[in-house]
Ligand binder design. Sequence first.
Ligand SMILES: NC(=O)c1ccc[n+]([C@@H]2O[C@H](COP(=O)([O-])OP(=O)(O)OC[C@H]3O[C@@H](n4cnc5c(N)ncnc54)[C@H](OP(=O)(O)O)[C@@H]3O)[C@@H](O)[C@H]2O)c1
Length: 249
Amino acid sequence: MEKTLVVTGGSRGIGRAIVYRFAREGYNIILTYRSNRETAQQVAEKAQELGARQAIAIQLDVGDPKSVEMFARQVSEHFDYLNVLVNNAGILQTHGIIETSLEEWETTLRVNLTGVFHVTKTLLPLLIRAPWASIVNLASIAGVTGNVVAGIAYSASKAGVVGFTKRLATELAKYGIRVNAVAPSFVETDMVREYLDTPEKREKVKRLHPLGIIISPEDVAEAVYFLADPGLSRAITGHVLHVNAGRYT
Ligand SMILES: NC(=O)c1ccc[n+]([C@@H]2O[C@H](COP(=O)([O-])OP(=O)(O)OC[C@H]3O[C@@H](n4cnc5c(N)ncnc54)[C@H](OP(=O)(O)O)[C@@H]3O)[C@@H](O)[C@H]2O)c1
């Protein structure tokens, strides 16, 4: 039976590594991009070279309800059912409460939390129809520890993703659908590039992590694959897997 996957924000960073990880397992993949069609197209082509049965790049703004609804229709034109949904798309926000405007707060929550809700809700019929299904959400260390690199809205949005994951896991268990999250610390992507762009800054990030490493997108993709695949984690749901190289503060 063919296996199907949707990854939001699959055009770069962690999302791209997730696309490649599942491609190696022969999935049919839909990856989304917001702005850069050419890059997303290149990722889709490479995913097919790596072993994906098919890989399609579709434009999606998770913060725009109309875009999400149109996307869900496009997914159902390609797939009869959906095995794995990875809610990966997200934006960073770094201000504390004093500098954060209401608009910045609302934009961050709309993309990082409402986007996860809406994409999941619109794709749920396809997940329920699948012989097995699993959802993995990208949370963050910022939603768990309150560290000060991330902003107030970002931390709140990611804590929201944790609550959403746990509540949804309880609700969807009756369909056999598992729902989990990963909560990474700093991962080497565009999102946190400015914290990793000199040898000194890289040393600082390594020192933050008791394991003394910088976490790669592939490290996170492996954790996502573990949580998604019923052969590896069929008894795990409502769980937050910390991909943090030992950093708990
Ligand atoms: N990097 C880290 O240190 C870190 C740590 C913890 C958690 N995370 C979380 O992991 C996830 C991926 O992060 P990343 O580091 O890979 O980020 P990234 O390199 O900045 O990539 C973000 C991805 O999300 C997409 N995206 C952004 N806004 C979107 C929107 N409104 N609608 C649809 N897609 C949108 C981007 O599409 P375009 O390319 O078209 O803009 C891109 O594909 C995020 O949820 C992030 O919060 C990251």
